[in-house]
Design a protein around this ligand. Structure first.
Ligand SMILES: [Mn+2]
Length: 400
């Protein structure tokens, strides 16, 4: 019996639940960095989930009887500069029936689309306000082209694919576990070699090497490597401070393997910590242990959040911290983890078996130059939650 391609299974499942005549999905496109230099390409996660292909500007079409991929329109000189598009590779990775040229593909789409119900992953909302970044334009481009062809209806399948992606297969869990194990080994190698590092970015570069040396694609997100007061800023990705005389260091890092992310945070002492540092660390560690145990089927992420805030708040008076909890803990305790580090899912839905989420309480006290976050990656099971990153030492003093 031949093994059915995992991406083919993902497409079949999506098509079955979408109740449309045809599903059409855009790959991401390359983005300009400056002049004629592009940013390193990263495939759209849903496109990766449905095809396994890491090539820009492809279009996937799923119909009842046939799955096919369209190649992008391309100037012939690009084949000389960049090599021709690897059609055989696309078929092997995705398991689609056919790869078509841009022209042949759109002729076929024209037949499929007019007066039909088509399922589309709607273009993302504007990210400029919340995240200060421009979104990849390919979904917008595809959406407009399809609209011009006057389908009977364009159905937004984002909720369906979010729900489907949030339940991980055995194969996906194995890949996430591999990303976590690579992160664990690499962090250990970096901390053991920390005496050679003069700046935070020396640790970052070593980590990049260790990730890739072990078979990861690289980082799943910009790593946070923050010593002392830098750790009090939640998303500090500068990693540029000298390590000389630093007391503690916070890592929020994750390797990416086959598109899947690990995401763990640890704080380690570089010199003997003060009793205050130990006190704050222990509070975060205790709360994290307690919240991890609650990550079970039927519980919502909102409930985990409320419980975290209650627990952390209850500890503040003894720590002599007088402001509301959100001053010291401004982020959320959990998110789904998968092809996106903050993975798509229905965040109101109660947890279910085979979801993978993070648990990451923290305390940040800029007034005292202290930031502590501890984060593990948790597999939801029928019974007790399984901590996939348990083998990364939690002990503040582990590397002293
Ligand atoms: Mn996280």
């Amino acid at each position: 019996m031949s093994v059915v391609n995992a991406h083919t299974l993902n497409r079949q499942k999506l098509f079955k639940t979408a109740l449309v005549d045809c599903v059409i999905v855009a790959a991401a496109g390359q983005l300009q960095r400056n002049s004629d230099v592009a940013y390193p390409f990263r495939q759209d996660s849903s496109f990766l989930y449905l095809t396994g292909c890491k090539i820009p500007d492809l279009v996937l079409v799923i119909t009842q009887n046939k799955h096919f991929i369209l190649l992008p329109k391309r100037e012939s000189h690009r084949d000389i500069w960049e090599g021709s598009l690897p059609v055989a590779e696309i078929i092997a990775a995705s398991g689609v029936d056919q790869v078509l040229s841009y022209q042949d593909g759109w002729e076929l789409i024209n037949q499929q689309v007019s007066k039909k119900r088509i399922g589309v992953i709607y273009p993302p909302k504007n990210f400029l306000g919340a995240f200060g970044m421009y979104t990849n334009p390919t979904r917008h481009v595809l959406f407009s082209s399809l609209k011009r062809r006057r389908p009977a209806e364009i159905v937004d399948i984002r909720p369906l694919i979010a729900k489907q992606r949030s339940i991980k297969s055995k194969q996906e869990i194995d890949i996430i576990k591999k990303a976590i194990d690579i992160t664990a080994e690499s962090l250990n190698a970096v901390m053991r070699g920390r005496y050679e590092a003069k700046f935070e970015y020396d640790l970052e570069h070593k980590l990049t090497y260790e990730f890739m040396h072990r078979g990861a694609n690289g980082h799943a997100f910009s790593p946070i490597i923050a010593s002392d007061k830098n750790a009090a800023i939640v998303h500090n990705i500068n990693n540029s401070s000298p390590l000389k005389n630093a007391h503690m260091i916070l890592f929020d890092i994750g390797a990416e393997v086959s598109g899947y992310a690990a995401d763990v945070s640890r704080v380690y002492a570089l010199q003997k910590p003060s009793s205050r540092q130990v006190q704050l660390f222990n509070v975060v560690r205790d709360v994290q242990q307690q919240i991890m145990q609650l990550a079970r089927p039927g519980v919502t992420i909102l409930e985990l959040e409320q419980k975290t805030q209650t627990l952390l708040s209850s500890k503040l008076p003894a720590l002599n911290l007088r402001k509301p909890i959100k001053h010291y803990y401004p982020h959320g305790v959990s998110h789904h983890l998968g092809l996106d580090v903050h993975d798509t899912a229905d965040y109101h839905m109660p947890l279910q078996k085979n979801m993978v989420i993070t648990i990451e309480p923290g305390l940040y006290i800029p007034e005292e130059s202290i930031g502590i976050r501890i984060e593990d990656d948790i597999l939801i099971t029928d019974t007790a939650p399984k901590n996939l990153s348990a083998n990364i030492p939690h002990d503040l003093l582990y590397y002293l």
